[in-house]
Design a protein around this ligand. Structure first.
Ligand SMILES: NC(=O)c1ccc[n+]([C@@H]2O[C@H](COP(=O)([O-])OP(=O)(O)OC[C@H]3O[C@@H](n4cnc5c(N)ncnc54)[C@H](OP(=O)(O)O)[C@@H]3O)[C@@H](O)[C@H]2O)c1
Length: 284
């Protein structure tokens, strides 16, 4: 039995589906029962719990062999991670596969995640760290202006970043959770190349058959737009700090971990742009 936390977010359902397709028993921790049905339909057992409330985590970790530990990037992330690790220790000796971003510790989000990493490594439990860089799918936040004006706005200057497709990250997670020999290992996941947002724009130009250009935005504009999307001050600033780390070259090198774990090469940004062209305004 594998427990998946953060099962109702952007990444969790893909992990649950992949595990179910591999024939594994899955338990999903959800805090809001109304979001559980799609996971039930995949065959997952549901436990309602809140990572803010340690007393609700016990039933979720009871009897599990492994835990896919994904926590949202809010201010309480370190506490959420520690709460699961403490509950897991009380429940037995499950292998925890911690899913966290690969980013500079300039970011308050990364510093929060490092606290979880420290707690995990000193817990005595078997652990694996899975750390994707920046997801190609994040560029979907700019889909509207790519479609309407042929412009992608971002805060990345001319930096090169080895961004990764979330589909590869999900497959890698499933491979670790269903495989063996991954204890005590850290896998940084990247795409096949470190690319700039000018490269991103030219991949969209090719996929959409029209000119797309990249326009850099100041930090304040990025934060304002994230606050407008409902993100908290903590998370919006944390993401801006992450981008600043990338601008300084934090993730400008590739790894071959996607191929190692999934058995196929990491998807390129060109592939991503082609596969999701309709999201960016291409006609069906
Ligand atoms: N975006 C990137 O470029 C990138 C790259 C590498 C790694 N990552 C990492 O990916 C992770 C985020 O994954 P994601 O995008 O799938 O997250 P997400 O969409 O923000 O989902 C967060 C999940 O956590 C759940 N959650 C939040 N607070 C909770 C609580 N108190 N109790 C129980 N569950 C709670 C949410 O439940 P609700 O549905 O109820 O809100 C949701 O299922 C982060 O660790 C991030 O660092 C992201």
């Amino acid at each position: 039995m594998i427990l998946v936390t953060g099962a109702t977010g952007a990444t969790g359902p893909g992990v649950v589906r992949g595990l179910r397709e591999a024939g594994v028993d899955v338990r999903a921790l959800v805090r809001n029962e109304s979001k559980a049905q799609p996971l039930r339909d995949m065959g997952a057992e549901i436990v309602v719990g809140d990572l803010d409330k340690p007393e609700t985590i016990g039933p979720a970790v009871e009897g599990v062999d492994k835990i896919f530990l994904l926590t949202g990037n809010g201010e309480a992330e370190a506490e959420h991670g520690r709460n699961v690790i403490e509950a897991a220790k009380r429940a037995g000796n499950p292998h925890i596969v911690r899913y966290a971003g690969f980013g500079s510790e300039k970011s308050r989000i990364v510093r929060n995640q490092q606290e979880v990493e420290i707690a995990l490594k000193s817990s005595g439990l078997p652990w694996t760290l899975l750390m994707p860089t920046f997801f190609m799918q994040n560029t979907m936040l700019g889909a509207q202006t790519v479609a309407s004006d042929g412009v992608i706005y971002w805060l990345m200057q001319d930096a090169h970043l080895a961004m990764v497709d979330v589909r590869d990250a999900t497959e890698a997670a499933v491979a670790i959770l269903t495989g063996s020999g991954h204890e005590g290992k850290t896998y940084v996941l990247t795409g096949p190349a470190a690319i700039s947002f000018h490269d991103v724009a030219s991949a969209f130009s090719k996929a959409l058959g029209k000119e797309v250009r990249y326009v850099d935005v100041p930090r304040e504009a990025l934060i304002e737009s994230m606050l407008g999307m409902g993100l908290s001050e903590f998370t919006a600033n944390g993401y801006a700090e992450l981008m600043e780390g990338f601008i300084e070259g934090f993730a400008d090198a590739t790894t071959d971990n996607v191929a190692l774990l999934t058995g196929h090469p990491a998807r390129s940004f060109e592939t991503f742009a082609r596969d999701f062209a309709q999201v960016f305004g291409a006609s069906p």
